[in-house]
Design a protein around this ligand. Structure first.
Ligand code: ATP
Length: 285
């Protein structure tokens, strides 16, 4: 019976705009997505039947509420797979953090089932299956630097974003994406990020152009509810970050640095000051 391992990468949003609230309650967004070097590791093993999930994370369900389970079941049903699968999740990506941790595990599961059972699905097919699990799943199948529109599922691949170093910090609070969107007055957003300008800056390879357009409208909801986010942003900038931003609906914050040493020093200080529960120095990938 076959066995394989897949890395599921986290994302950050270099820019996030909410264009409007849709009648069905979803929001039309315009975001720049970027894969970063923080990843979960999923191991897949063929079995004779059923889906069994295990994880080293004490915080996640292992039943059908885990997005991994949903993704595996979808593949088994859609492709009439006779056998089953045992999947182990080694969790590193902060949970409920704005880093698409669940979505990327689901995307990795679609890829894993495709390989394990040699189904021959194209990336496009996996993305189409992925959107039935969640709006961010197609992006997670694709990865890299991308513009996401619609509810996040309309994707345009971009040139790789300019090189830099990142300090990613997740404070010890949990933020529900649902709460943030429900409390956003989409029609009342006073300032919209210049996402088109950021796309142009990425295509031109201008880090400066990206930095000056880093903006996330969801900060207007999450920061007043959790001032620690602003505190971390401020501290990162005092410690040499060229800019900092909350990712997705938060609470994760990332700071952009031009040198690894500066990011590492900020890592040490913010860790000592206990401003964040999880901290990573990483890069785009
Ligand atoms: P996004 O950036 O897409 O909003 P997020 O980082 O805010 O994602 P996730 O880490 O994906 O949020 O998790 C949100 C919820 O999904 C958690 O409360 C968790 O219980 C559930 N969940 C189900 N499966 C997973 C999984 N494999 N990994 C993480 N969370 C999962």
């Amino acid at each position: 019976m076959g066995k394989l391992e897949i890395k599921a990468y986290a994302k950050i949003n270099l820019g996030l705009d909410v264009v409007r609230r849709l009648e069905n309650g979803y929001h039309e967004v315009k975001m720049v997505m970027q894969t970063v070097g923080i990843y979960d590791v999923l191991t897949f093993e063929q079995t004779s039947g059923g889906i069994v999930i295990s994880t080293d994370s004490g915080e996640l369900p292992t039943d059908e509420n885990n997005l991994i389970y949903k993704a595996a079941r979808l593949m088994i049903e859609r492709y009439n797979i006779g056998g089953g699968v045992r999947i182990h999740l080694e969790k590193h990506i902060p949970i409920a953090a704005g880093m698409a941790g669940g979505s990327t595990d689901a995307a990795a599961t679609l890829k894993g089932m495709n390989e394990l059972y040699q189904l021959g699905c194209t990336q496009q097919e996996l993305m189409e299956i992925g959107v039935t699990i969640g709006a961010d799943v197609p992006y997670c199948v694709m990865g890299g630097t991308a513009l996401a529109e619609g509810i996040g599922e309309k994707l345009t691949a971009l040139a790789p974003a300019p090189d830099c170093y990142l300090l990613v910090a997740k404070p010890d609070i949990n933020v529900s994406t649902k709460y943030v969107y429900e409390h956003l007055d989409a029609e009342g957003v006073k300032h919209h990020p210049d996402i088109d300008g950021m796309v142009a800056a990425i295509e031109a390879g201008s880090l400066h152009g990206v930095l000056e357009r880093m903006e996330n409208v969801l900060e207007t909801v999450t920061i007043p509810a959790h001032p620690i986010i602003e505190q971390i942003k401020h501290r990162m900038e005092e410690l040499g970050a060229l800019n900092s931003l909350m990712s997705g609906s938060g609470p994760t914050v990332f700071g952009v640095f031009d040198e690894r040493e500066k990011a590492q020093e900020a890592y040490e200080v913010i860790g000592k000051e206990r401003l964040a529960k999880q901290l990573f120095v990483t890069q785009f990938c």
